[in-house]
Design a binder for this molecule. Structure first.
Ligand code: TTP
Ligand code: MG
Length: 358
């Protein structure tokens, strides 16, 4: 390891939702809760599955499997079409929970993200307790389970989030990294696919210790740049920072209520509390963005989400109030468990022009 620059001290959490699309469907439709469920295309249209719940996995059903084949493995499988808009919305809500702990969030997909919590102050800085709290909040507020990996670097956090899945977490402390990578099966390292694994196996390389023994030079000779990065991972070296997406399309704030509320006056109180929070969160974004729309979001106590938007270029509490009333009228009398405000953003035309000129 003498050639490598020392790693910065970091605390990384990798969060990965459990059977994400399927879990959302099971949450929103109680009839799906105790049966094998998959999301995907119809078998007669040569569809494939996006994912399936854990009950279906017992039959060998998997992501990317043709629906027809899955139905052969598990004839009782209930295949439902996906609802992308709901998964996106749910993903945004998960990110809201992340943001209570850190702004340093790097999404890998709708259901997966790295969080850098090195400077987060909660729980005296314990990333383990933060991961637990994030998972608890996701469960309590969104009715979904998540798994997490905690480690001083990205790739170990990602591998770790799979080790106690579903609904679990695994922590690799800095002093445990060396023994973790020694024993690590190489196929678990992100980027090592089936073909690479065949080559590695042919050379007798199965775990991190094997790569360590073979040495850096030889790995580079055999695999080029990829060999170097594999050698680095096998030695517990991953200097990649968590990279934040710098181009937010919207900013939102929301409040999940400890008890359902029913009255407009109660909802108005929540909006009054949220409004200054939204102003604060929005201010730094307005340097290079402008407001394109205002929106209000409500979650009813059956977890159904609704949102109402209005195109407008400024914050305006009266508009939020009108949108709130419209949203509530979608299910009159129904209990409400969450109220949120958001604004859509677009890059200011003058900045857009500058970007084009670069
Ligand atoms: P994954 O995190 O890979 O899978 P998962 O969340 O369903 O299950 P696990 O508990 O093992 O994490 O992917 C997240 C979502 O991405 C998944 O719910 C559906 C979608 N997806 C596809 O559409 N096609 C695919 O091939 C895969 C792997 C996922
Ligand atoms: Mg997942």
């Amino acid at each position: 390891m003498t050639e490598s620059i020392p790693l910065p001290f970091r605390k990384i959490i990798h969060v990965d939702m459990d059977c994400f699309y399927a879990a959302v469907e099971m949450r929103d439709n109680p009839e799906l809760r105790n049966v094998p469920v998959a999301i995907g295309g119809q078998s007669d249209r040569r569809g494939v599955l996006s994912t399936c719940n854990y009950q279906a996995r017992k039959y060998g059903v998997r992501s990317a499997m043709p629906t027809a084949h899955a139905l052969k493995l598990c004839p009782s499988l209930v295949v439902v079409p996906g609802r992308m808009a709901v998964y996106k919305e749910t993903s945004a809500q998960i990110h809201q929970i992340f943001r209570r702990y850190t702004e340093l969030i790097e999404p890998l997909s709708l259901d997966e993200a790295y969080l850098d919590v090195t400077d987060a102050h909660q729980f005296q800085g314990s990333a383990t307790l933060m991961a637990q709290a994030i998972r608890r909040e996701i469960h309590e507020e969104l009715g979904l389970t998540a798994s997490a990996g905690v480690a001083p670097m990205k790739f170990i956090a990602k591998i770790a989030s799979d080790l106690n899945k579903p609904n679990g977490q695994f922590v690799v402390r800095p002093d445990e990294v060396a023994s973790f990578v020694e024993r690590l099966a190489l196929h678990k390292i992100p980027g090592v696919g089936k073909v690479t694994m065949q080559k590695l196996n042919a050379l007798g390389l199965r775990c991190g210790a094997d790569v360590q023994q073979l040495g850096r030079e030889r790995m580079v000779e055999l695999f080029g740049k990829f060999g170097l990065s594999l050698w680095e991972r096998a030695n517990g070296y991953d200097p990649r920072p968590v990279v934040v997406q710098r181009d937010p399309k919207s900013v939102g704030v929301e409040r999940t209520l400890s008890q359902d509320i029913f009255q407009l006056t109660e909802c108005r109180q929540v909006v009054t509390q949220l409004y200054p929070e939204l102003e604060r969160r929005l201010a730094p974004k307005l340097a290079d963005k402008e407001i394109s729309k205002l929106g209000v979001k409500i979650k009813f106590n059956d977890f159904r989400l609704t949102s109402v938007e209005h195109h407008h270029s400024q914050l305006d509490e009266a508009i939020f109030d009108r949108l709130l009333q419209q949203a509530m009228q979608r299910q009159p009398g129904k209990g409400i468990r969450l109220v949120g405000l958001y604004v859509g953003l677009r890059t200011r035309p003058e900045i857009q022009q500058l970007l084009l000129e670069v």
